[in-house]
Ligand binder design. Structure first.
Ligand code: SF4
Ligand code: SF4
Length: 188
């Protein structure tokens, strides 16, 4: 009986040692491999995939008119109650938003407003750099929403970028496509 116990103990010991050796191999492997820290925002910037849900934007039609008909469906469906729409009617009886505000501090970027809109007037774009020290700055009005960038045509990579603090805090890039940053990640 004691021989069986001894043998079992030896096997358990070897199994633990193998585990330890494998952990050390992984640790030392990372110690001597190339660092993969993204140099954001000084040198590199992430381009989100086109399916990414970032800052909202309002769309215009071919004539340049705002597409929103102020039906308030987006406001009704929003689970965070962070959209406020105040409609008005023009002389032809067409509805437009006199006020359209989104409180992005409360928004959870679920995309339900985009899905619910019957006029294809609102969508979530690719912009993700809009942090602020003031929550008031995160309430975005109609005119700002019309200026926001739309959906990305391409994305999913990292591009060379430059942090510009001359007037505002901007991470600038001129490259439309990025390189596959994930290829630098060591996988076992
Ligand atoms: S993305 Fe979701 S939470 Fe944000 S405004 Fe639209 S519906 Fe509301
Ligand atoms: S964005 Fe779309 S859903 Fe929201 S008020 Fe305008 S037309 Fe209606």
């Amino acid at each position: 009986m004691s021989r069986v116990v001894d043998r079992a103990g030896t096997w358990i010991g070897w199994a633990l040692f193998a585990d330890l050796a494998s952990a050390f191999t992984l640790t030392f492997g990372y110690m001597f491999s190339k660092p993969v820290t993204m140099q954001y925002p000084d040198k590199e910037k992430w381009l989100p995939y086109s399916r990414y849900r970032g800052h909202h934007f309002l769309k215009r039609d071919e004539e340049g008119e705002i597409k929103c008909v102020a039906c308030e469906l987006c406001a009704r469906i929003c689970p965070c109650d962070c959209i406020e729409v105040v409609p008005y009617e023009d002389e032809n009886g067409n509805r437009h938003p006199a006020k359209f505000e989104i409180d992005t501090a409360r928004c959870l970027f679920c995309g339900l407003c985009e899905d619910a809109c019957p006029a294809d007037a609102i969508a979530l774009g690719q912009q993700y750099e809009f942090s602020s020290f003031s929550s008031r700055d995160l309430v975005i009005g109609r005119d700002d929403l019309l200026e926001k960038p739309g959906k990305a045509m391409a994305g999913g990579g990292v591009v060379a970028a430059r942090l510009n603090t001359d007037e505002d805090v901007l991470v600038e890039t001129s490259e439309p496509h990025g390189y596959n940053w994930w290829r630098n990640i060591r996988r076992t």
